[in-house]
Design a protein around this ligand. Sequence first.
Ligand code: NAD
Length: 337
Amino acid sequence: KKAGWAIVGLGKYATEQIMPAFAECKKSKLVALVSGTPDKAKKLADQYGVNSKNIYNYQNYDSIKNNPEVDIIYIILPNSLHAEYTIRGAQAGKHMISEKPMATSVKDAQAMIDACKKAGKKLMIGYRAQYEPFNLKVIEMVRSNALGQLKMITSDHGRILKPEEKADQWRMKKDLAGGGSLMDIGIYSLNAARYLTGEEPVEITAMMHSTPNDPRFKEVEENMTFLLRFPSGVIAQCNSSYSYQEVKRYRVFGSEAWLDLDPATDYYRHTLHIGKKESKEQILLKEGNQFASQLDHFSECVLENKEPKTPGEEGLQDLKLMMAIYEAAASKEKVKV
Ligand code: NAD
C-alpha cells in the first residue's frame, strides 16, 4: 500500500523537486493539491494524474478532512505560513510534514508540535539532507571514527538573492521569511553541525552584516557567520550569505583525516573527498534521490506507525538555535544555550 499525499503550495520547490520525485517512490503517491491558483493546480493535476475533485484552495482546505485518500499533507509555503497550514491540517486529521525552516518563531513551532500531538498525528520536517546518501555516509564515517577524533567543522551556504524571481520576493520580507540567509540556507550548516557531531551546541557567538542601502536587505539579513561550541569540544564555524556565488559545502576535521563534501546539501552532484597526510582521495558513491527517500520515509512511518527521523522537535531545536544566533549577533555577546 502507498500513502496518499497532498501538497500545499505549488511553488518552485514543490513543482521542480518534490512532485517529480513521486515517480521514484515505492510507498508514496500524490493524490491531492492545495493552491490559490486554480489554473496552475488544474494543469499540474492533469500532468500528475491527480483527480480534479482532489484540488483544494486555501479557503476550503479544511474540508480535506473528508477525503480518505489523503493520509499526509506536505506544507511547501513561505516560512511564516507553515504553522497555520500544519495546524489546520492536523486538525483535519492528517499526518503533517512541513518544509524548513519549520516556522518563524519558537512559539509557532511549539504550537505545530502541540496541534499534531493533540490530534494524534505525526509531524516531520523536510530535512532532505538527512535522507541523502553522501551525508549519511559522512555521518557513518564520523561515528565510526574514520577521521580519528572529531575536532572541527566548517560549513558555508551562499547564493545570490534575486528580486526579479518570484520565489525570492517573499524571502526579502521579514513577516513571511522570518529572517534572511540564516533562516533560508544557514539552517543547512546548523543542522549539519548537529547531525555530524550528534551533539547539541552549548555556546554560540555570531556576526551579521547587510550592505547598507541594498533594497534586498532592508528587512532580512544578508550575511551571517556563527560559531557553535559542542560539549565534546568540537567547534563549528558556519557562514550564510545572500550575496556570494552559490556554495553549499562542509568540511569535517578529525585528528587522523578530514572529509570534504562539496556540494554537501545540493539537490544533486554531491562530491566527497577524504584527506589524510599528503593524500586526497575521492570517495565515490551512487547518487540517490533524496526527495523520494524523504517522502517514502514519512510514508513508512505513517503506514507502519513509526516515529520520523526528523520530527517537529528537530525543527524546533534549529529554530531555538537560530533565535540564539540572532541574539548573539545583535548583542555581540556569547549566548549560552
Ligand atoms: P515559492 O515562492 O516558489 O513557493 C511558495 C508557494 O506558496 C507559491 O506557489 C506561492 O504562490 C504560494 N503562496 C501562498 N500564499 C502565499 C503568500 N502569502 N505569499 C507568497 N506566496 C504564497 O518558494 P519555494 O522556494 O518553493 O519555497 C517554499 C518553501 O519551501 C519555503 O519554506 C522554503 O524554505 C522551502 N524550500 C525548501 C527547499 C529544500 O531543499 N528543502 C528548497 C527550496 C525551498
